[in-house]
Design a protein around this ligand. Structure first.
Ligand code: SF4
Length: 298
């Protein structure tokens, strides 16, 4: 070892045991694997999880991926609805095709869909509106909006609130993977925007599987010199949880795998690397990355 190289004997590389699939994603992947093991001609509608490596692993086992809710299905196919859920129109489409359905919608999302539908029905008699704080075009949001005959309004940014009517009752919900702070900002702005704050009914429907990871990841990120956050390119909660880590530890890097890792992120001064990830990041991918990083730095 030269004086200015990393001391591999002392370097700690640790994978966060609390990162990785949330309950809903783990369940969807398990249902897909069971179906593939049964020999079904299985396709998921859209990527089963926002992680390219996991999607590729399942593709190798025989799973197809169809574009979101598009295309025709044959009655020999088995269609899997992923954890994000689908609008009622997709259920009708699959039923008409005669394809077998595996509904892997996360139970938390199913419950939220029911609540949105119920609130929308109630709002019809008082000319009220349903507002969903979430990402426009996100699969879960499309599924929620579908519960309201596409009438719910999606708010992604605070500046969109000024376009809303000021005198109509509002029931506010959240996409499950949004941040608590973002939601609270929207709620506060809505209260100020309405002529009467009592017109607003608030449902802070952020999933605890995401929310609870925030304090844990803040703690985890503070313990290591460098943090490698592993997530898919399209992962919404991945971007959010990465920001959480980055705020605590400036030396946090978002990677999809070893190919993104740059050697110059690791100065000779560092003694520890923490590896964590999103609710859509498989544990095996983080473990593999730990091994690859070790080899890269040796
Ligand atoms: S983040 Fe929560 S709501 Fe979303 S799939 Fe996971 S467990 Fe379900």
């Amino acid at each position: 070892m030269t004086e200015d190289s990393l001391d591999m004997q002392k370097l700690i590389i640790e994978v966060d045991k609390k990162s990785g699939f949330c309950f809903g994603v783990a369940r969807a992947v398990k249902l897909a694997e069971e179906s593939l093991n049964n020999g079904d001609l299985l396709s998921s509608l859209g990527d089963i999880v926002h992680n390219e490596e996991e999607v590729n692993r399942l593709k190798k086992k025989g799973m197809g991926v169809l574009p979101d809710a598009c295309g025709e299905h044959s009655n020999e196919q088995t269609i899997l609805f992923r954890a994000h859920g689908e609008p009622p129109s997709t259920y009708i489409k699959v039923e008409k095709s005669g394809a077998k359905l595996i509904d892997a919608t996360c139970p938390v999302v199913l419950k939220l869909q029911e609540r949105v539908k119920k609130a929308w029905k109630e709002m019809q008699s008082v000319n009220g509106q349903i507002i969903i704080y979430g990402k426009k075009g996100h699969a879960e949001v499309r599924g929620l909006v579908g519960q309201t005959n596409d009438e719910a309004i999606v708010i992604q940014f605070p500046e969109e609130i000024k376009n809303l009517a000021r005198n109509k009752p509002i029931v506010l919900f959240s996409q499950t993977t949004m941040s608590y702070s973002g939601f609270d900002e929207i709620r506060n702005l809505l209260e100020k925007h309405l002529v009467d704050p009592d017109l607003l009914k608030v449902n802070r429907t952020i999933c605890a599987q995401v929310g609870n990871r925030v304090p844990h990841l803040q703690d985890f990120s503070s313990k290591y010199d460098v943090i490698l956050f592993v997530g898919g390119k399209k992962s919404s909660n991945g971007q959010f949880l990465y920001e959480v880590c980055k705020k605590v530890n400036r030396a946090t890097y978002y990677v999809t795998g070893i190919t993104n890792v740059k050697k110059d992120w690791f100065s000779d001064k560092i003694t520890s690397i923490g590896i964590c990830g999103a609710t859509s990041t498989p544990q095996w991918l983080m473990e593999n990355l730990a091994e690859s990083v070790k080899r890269l730095l040796e």
